[in-house]
Design a protein around this ligand. Structure first.
Ligand code: EZ4
Ligand code: CO
Length: 409
């Protein structure tokens, strides 16, 4: 068997997605997600110009060899553009291999270790009553774990907090495709946030009781000592995790945070390789690995990261926002089902237009996601539907402090 075509498909049904489709001489196709939010066309060029020509005539079954070839032969290693491109190839090859085997991918990864993957959704509100309503809506949709984000008095716009009421149960989609072609400016005040957040969790726990797993994303905004304080202040509310409490570049910051709080820590959605996690895992500075299959180089290296984490009882928390395409989500779900050290899966729900372009076979029942039992990843791409939604330039927002200083958002 050999690869005869490598097509890169860009579509923007609700937001931009970049998909690689590989075709073999036997007529088997495989899909891979290469979406890099806000920098999509850089990955398109990397794939079209520098990767697709190298794939023609290769054996699609040689997944590890192809991965190592793409990683090492470029000489320029790592980085989000490179690793998203390699991830797409890796996913597409696993999709092909599992289709040829006639098995859902999780069977090739060792088979199911659980009935399904516990998912968490994103509740948010501009005030506490609206937030509580959002939690209720998510519980009604079947979620059994909830991320809590909230507006902060005195701050006009906070990333992760819905500005609009929910539409069809999809409350907030960080929808940069609707925001125009320049990054929106938001604002930030860490002291106001640190004062406000514990009271929000108090209200949520008071309303929903002690059982419901609650999460929070700090989105890289705090200094180490601020994060330590927040982790400590949130201890009475028993968080499942506090995510990205400090910027991910300085990993020693987590040592300081850890020395002050037992709130579990999750980090890594911007990481690209096992090397980014080496120190954090070996020194047990985190509790959950937040990498995305799409941004960490695919299923092959993600499995290696999670196996390494398992030696330290560190669990998975695979990144699953809507800027991961249904193909990338499917890759995550097959891993979630197979690995022993599964923790939780982020699940934000794609919009209807996206679900028409990408036909999926996953299910969501009793709070658990399951990738389904179709051979391969279980996703098909409707090329005609994809073409009806051309690329739209779209950027993530960014933050400024009150005095105008650019801050992490
Ligand atoms: O900001 O995926 O935990 N989830 C997140 C996401 C990220 C976006 C960036 O593209 O932080 O919403
Ligand atoms: Co995050």
């Amino acid at each position: 068997m050999r690869i005869i075509a490598a097509d890169v498909i860009v579509t923007s049904p609700d937001r931009n997605f970049v998909t690689l489709q590989l075709t073999t001489d036997d007529g088997v196709t495989g899909l891979g997600d290469a979406t890099l939010n806000g920098r999509e066309l850089a990955v398109v060029a990397y794939l079209r110009e520098h990767v697709a020509p190298l794939l023609l005539d290769r054996d699609p079954h040689a997944i590890e060899d192809t991965w190592q070839f793409l990683y090492r032969s470029a000489y320029w290693r790592r980085g989000p553009v490179t690793m998203a491109a390699i991830a797409a190839v890796d996913m597409a090859l696993w999709d092909i291999k599992a289709k040829v085997a006639g098995l859902p991918l999780y069977q090739l990864l060792g088979g199911a270790s659980r009935r399904g993957a516990l998912a968490y959704g994103h509740a948010s509100g501009r005030d506490i009553p609206e937030l509580l309503d959002s939690v209720r809506e998510h519980l009604a949709l079947g979620y059994r774990a909830i991320r809590i984000q909230t507006a902060v008095p005195g701050i006009d716009a906070v990333y992760g907090v819905a500005a609009q009421p929910s539409v069809d149960g999809v409350r907030y989609d960080y929808e940069p495709a609707q925001r125009g072609a320049l990054p929106a400016e938001e604002d930030w005040d860490t002291r106001a946030y640190l004062r406000h957040l514990p009271g929000v969790f108090e209200a949520v726990r008071h309303e929903f009781g002690p059982e419901l797993p609650l999460l929070h994303d700090g989105h890289h905004r705090m200094t180490p000592i601020q994060a330590a304080r927040l982790g400590r202040d949130l201890e009475p509310y028993d968080l499942f995790w506090l995510e990205d409490c400090t910027p991910a570049e300085n990993q020693d910051a987590l040592r300081l945070v850890r020395s002050h709080t037992i709130t579990p820590l999750a980090i890594g959605e911007v990481f690209n390789t096992v090397w980014d996690f080496q120190h954090l895992i070996r020194d047990q500075l985190i509790d959950y690995v937040r990498a995305a299959v799409t941004h960490a180089g695919g299923i092959t290296p993600m499995r290696k990261i999670l196996d390494y984490a398992a030696q330290y009882q560190i669990k998975s928390g695979i990144h699953g926002p809507t800027d991961i395409s249904p193909v990338g989500m499917a890759a995550a779900l097959h891993l979630d089902l197979a690995v022993h050290n599964f923790g939780i899966q982020e699940y934000m729900r794609h919009g209807d237009r996206t679900n028409e372009v990408f036909r999926q076979s996953f299910s969501f029942e009793g709070g658990l996601l399951h990738p389904g039992d179709q051979p391969g990843l279980g996703v098909t791409l409707d090329r005609a539907a994809a073409e009806a939604h051309p690329y739209r330039a779209a950027y993530l927002p960014y933050n400024r402090l009150k005095d105008g200083t650019v801050h992490d958002w």
